[in-house]
Design a protein around this ligand. Sequence first.
Ligand code: SAM
Length: 232
Amino acid sequence: MMDNVFFAHPEHVSANRLELVDQEATHASKVLRFKAGDELYASDGKGNVYKAQVSSISKKSVFANILETHSETEPTNKKVLVFGAIKKRDRLEFAVEKAVELGAWEICIFNADHSERSRINEDRMQSIVLSAFKQSKRRWLPEVTYQSSLDEVLEYYTNYHTIMAHVEADAHHPESLSHDKNLLLVGPEGGFSEREVELAKKKNTQMISLGKNRLRAETAALAMLSQFLFTT
Ligand code: SAM
């Protein structure tokens, strides 16, 4: 019954009413053909899922009265996936979509020393995140952030335990995360530069191997997250 959970932006949720807009409203009205009186579920991406009854509906807006609220507390353990911008758009988007499914709390894309410059369509990225968030039934919507260098990443995410997937690291068996806030770093197609590796080492970064095979950047990002699936 909770198969179809819509997204209601927190700004569009009040004590007893919520509104779906944009593609969520179109989907409810045109594709699923909801009508006034029907019940729906909506998540605000901040841990709350609402059961609500449609009071008015059009292609652009759906108002619904909240009947029940189910809340999931914010996890204490967080995994932020940080990866160097991947030039090929489909591979970059694949990595982001799968990172949401695999439980990244936040996803940070940065211009690595060896990243090839390419334009990222942030709106398109947001819609990929939203649809993966709904599909995987997550309750907290991951944010995507963009940074212009690894230096900025490390400054932005201070107080995080940093783990770098490095092709030259010694083989390692997966361990559980021992800190609450974790920054998981993966390089772009061209790998991390010496400068970036040194910078990370200065910040007490844990270097890990993802096995003996050299993985493509997007595979490495997903392998990295998959090491820690049971820490939410
Ligand atoms: N020629 C690059 C190099 O030697 O660093 C290869 C880069 S690899 C395609 C992209 C990124 O994936 C790397 O920077 C690293 O973060 C990660 N990666 C790929 N395979 C890995 C492995 N076996 N162990 C650890 N990290 C790996």
